[in-house]
Design a protein around this ligand. Structure first.
Ligand code: NOJ
Length: 751
């Protein structure tokens, strides 16, 4: 941020702090109170300030707009003078040790520093992007990858993670859906809790525990027009039903920090939104942790048109409930003076400082500030099992949309033309939010496939074009490769910088040079597998859609090539499901399966009915629905049974269906349970996911899969904005996706 000055010393510091507890004693409740009593206003503001690490890898520096945080020695001096409570996105254990030494031994009060970072989906070992991992519909997998990430990250001293991102995202134009769990509230809530548990581990004061930060509070994904940073004009009902539950779930799992969102909600920027940060977060949810600004979100209150100037921005953000300021240095510069001028109550500042110090104590930093930084941990490197876990996670993230004529799995002996801008090389494998992983560690698609083929020379590779540009002669080369092959594997989609922060898109299809490539290769007429790399739902042009097999491969991380080979050659069946609906056209955005039914729903799937909720060009349906994904088996659903069709008010209801694998290969099926409330005091979604179960079926095998529903599954935010259930009739589906399945009905009886 151009206007942010390095934090300067603005007031003389007291030279000594006699009789203060040090070390573990300082982290006790009494010790924390003694510290607060001894702190100058500048030292208090320092504890409420975090700056970008002066020593950080280049990718970390590039992840945010520039903020002037000074040189390493200037930052050391700021720590020595008690003007800085933490730094983020550094990865040098040596420098972290040096900084911690200065904080603990050379500053007046000896308060340890907090080292934070964006460890979104892996630290050195990069796992699939969170959206991809959501496709596995496997909270335990998400917990395990988060745990592995924390084990690696804490070994360089990091104790606080700016993750998980738990923003529900329902608009494919918005680029940051790649960091979250997709469009569904239930899946998002389960994954939010699992990731918090993974990052934080068994106890926060363990050497490998990282404090989690569910972010961004709130409704960041509801940005108008899918434009990153735009306002979210959502109703309180939608906040409570859709955007809040993943946060509540994350806090329920023990997360003790959160980050304000850049956007405004119904006109009030989150960074100055005391209803959100105080009334709801602390008042209703009893949140005891602390709130950090999202980068210069406090300073941005000026651009929002809320604050007059920087001082006013600091005042408004603090009054809004933001405890700690990141990157802008506004609290360090203005909070002391705001207190002296009577515009901010010092008791409120003390409360924020107390929250931060309590968390530092909970992380074990007072007890042993170097716990995470023990040289033995750094030197050990990361476990080889993390690479195996990355392969498992990548494999489980793959979603097979279509497999005409059983083209997949491929024979290992097939002569393959591997075509597309992402066919070879190490770029575009990890995804947009990787600050600490080395892209060269990732296995390319080419290397993964060659290693699994009977004759590695039977693979020909042609890029055809770059992600967003033509290559001279590229299409000709690709066409010749296709002509000479038995089968074409096209790897197309988004480059890794086409999704992520500030990467909103107007067109969610393939960039034009790739469309031309796909068309030219299709004209050759060879059976084609299209692998789609993306950080969002995309729309497919007719030539891409006409491929015999379609596999969504997102950004898979270090084991991209190996995982793709595992599935393409049939060592493992694909098992992922879409965590976001793929719309037919970008103009349907925001498009999600649990939209409202409207007063004039189309009566049939015939297009062209007048005076119905449809577009002139298409019904408002998906191209590929939420929850969809094939395996190599052939699965059928039958015989839904909702028991007597009645649920007592305090009772439960078992709903079951028979799932059969009619195919010749084993099937791994994700069986989903959906409901629809037929008449309620507020309109209800077409369907809502209420559960899912994974079953493995041998060829020819059948299994009865049952779910238990209770009244809690039928609640919604009623007319008075509280959660209620209402007696009445419900439709229920057991289904392989949000637009299919076997259907029944039941009634919730009056109390
Ligand atoms: C801005 C992003 O919105 C946020 O998610 C991230 O944690 C911060 N930058 C710090 O890198």
């Amino acid at each position: 941020m151009p206007n942010a000055a390095p934090i300067r010393s603005e007031a003389p510091q007291a030279r000594s702090a006699p009789d203060l507890p040090r070390g573990a004693q300082a982290g006790t409740p009494e010790g924390i109170e003694a510290l607060i009593a001894a702190m100058t206003l500048e030292e208090k503001a320092g504890q409420l300030t975090i700056m970008p690490a002066a020593l950080a890898p280049s990718l970390a520096n590039a992840a945010n707009p520039e903020a002037i945080s000074g040189t390493p020695s200037q930052q050391e001096q700021a720590v020595r003078e008690g003007r800085l409570g933490g730094v983020f996105n550094g990865d040098s254990a040596d420098w972290h040790r040096r900084m911690q030494h200065v904080a603990v031994h050379e500053s007046r009060l000896g308060i340890p520093l907090l080292f934070a970072a964006d460890v979104i989906h892996g630290f050195r070992t990069i796992f699939p992007v969170p959206l991809a991992e959501a496709a596995a519909f496997d909270p335990e997998l998400a917990r395990r990858t988060a745990r592995a990430a924390a084990e690696e990250a804490t070994a360089v001293g990091l104790a606080w993670n700016f993750a998980p991102m738990v923003d529900v995202s329902r608009d494919a134009r918005w680029g940051r859906g790649v960091e979250g769990a997709g469009e569904d509230v239930l899946l998002g809530s389960l994954l939010a809790a699992a990731r918090v548990e993974g990052f934080q581990g068994a106890r926060l004061d363990d050497a490998d525990a990282m404090l989690a930060t569910p972010k961004h509070l709130a409704a960041y994904g509801a940005a108008a027009g899918g434009l990153d940073y735009a306002g979210a004009d959502v109703s309180e009902r939608t906040l409570r039903e859709v955007y809040f539950p993943p946060f509540q779930s994350a806090f329920g799992a023990g997360a003790l920090s959160t980050m304000a969102a850049f956007n405004d909600v119904a006109g009030v920027p989150c960074h100055a939104n005391s209803w959100l940060m105080k009334d709801v977060l602390r008042g209703e949810w009893d949140f005891e942790g602390f709130v950090v600004s999202d980068y210069t979100g406090d300073f941005e209150l000026i651009a929002h048109g809320l604050a007059e100037d920087e001082r006013d921005a600091a005042r408004l953000a603090f009054a809004g409930g933001v405890d700690m300021s990141m990157s802008s240095a506004l609290y360090a510069r203005f909070l002391p003076d705001l207190v002296r001028a009577g515009e901010v109550d010092e008791a409120e500042v003390d409360a924020s400082v107390r929250r931060v110090l309590k968390l530092k104590a909970a992380l074990g930093l007072f007890e042993d500030p170097f716990n995470r930084l023990a040289p033995a941990r750094t030197e050990k490197g990361h476990a080889p099992t993390h690479r195996e876990l990355a392969r498992e996670a990548a494999r489980k993230s793959l979603v097979l949309l279509k497999n005409e004529g059983g083209l997949l799995p491929l024979a290992r002996s097939a002569k393959i033309a591997l075509i597309g801008p992402f066919a070879a090389g190490h770029d575009h494998l990890n995804g947009p939010w990787v600050l600490f992983g080395d892209p060269r560690q990732a296995t390319s698609v080419e290397d993964g496939l060659r290693a699994a083929m009977a004759d590695p020379q039977a693979l020909t590779v042609a890029a055809g074009c770059a992600a967003e540009a033509e290559i001279a002669g590229g299409i000709d080369e690709a066409v010749s490769a296709a002509r000479a092959a038995d089968v074409v594997v096209l790897v197309v989609g988004e480059g890794e910088r086409m999704s992520g922060e500030a990467q909103s898109r107007l067109d969610i299809g393939l960039p034009e040079p790739q469309r031309a490539l796909v068309e030219a290769v299709r004209a050759v007429g060879k059976p084609t597998v299209l692998i789609l790399k993306c950080g969002r739902a995309m729309t497919l042009d007719p030539a891409s859609e006409a491929s015999k097999a379609l596999l969504v491969a997102w950004f898979l991380g270090v084991e991209t090539g190996g995982a793709l080979a595992d599935v393409l050659f049939g060592d493992h069946a694909p098992s992922g499901r879409l965590p976001v609906s793929f719309p037919r056209h970008v103009a349907q955005s925001p498009f999600h399966y649990d939209r409202k039914i409207t007063g004039r729903p189309p009566l049939s799937l015939q297009h062209g009915e007048e005076f119905k909720a449809r577009y002139r060009e298409s019904l408002n349906l998906s191209a590929w629905p939420f929850g969809h994904g094939l395996t190599y088996g052939d699965v059928a659903y039958a015989d839904l049974d909702a028991g007597a069709g009645r649920m007592a008010w305090d009772g439960s209801l078992e709903v079951a269906a028979t799932i059969t694998n009619r195919g010749a290969r084993e099937a791994e099926e994700l069986v989903q349970l959906y409901i629809h409330d037929r008449a309620a005091s507020v309109t209800r979604p077409i369907r809502q996911l209420k559960g899912f179960k994974r079953v493995t079926l041998a060829p020819g095998a059948s299994e009865r899969v049952a779910f238990t529903l209770t009244r809690a599954d039928l609640t919604f935010v009623g007319p008075d904005l509280t959660w209620i259930a209402e007696p009445g009739r419900f439709t229920v589906w057991i289904a392989p996706s949000a637009e299919t399945g076997v259907e029944g009905e039941f009634e919730l009886l009056k109390p």
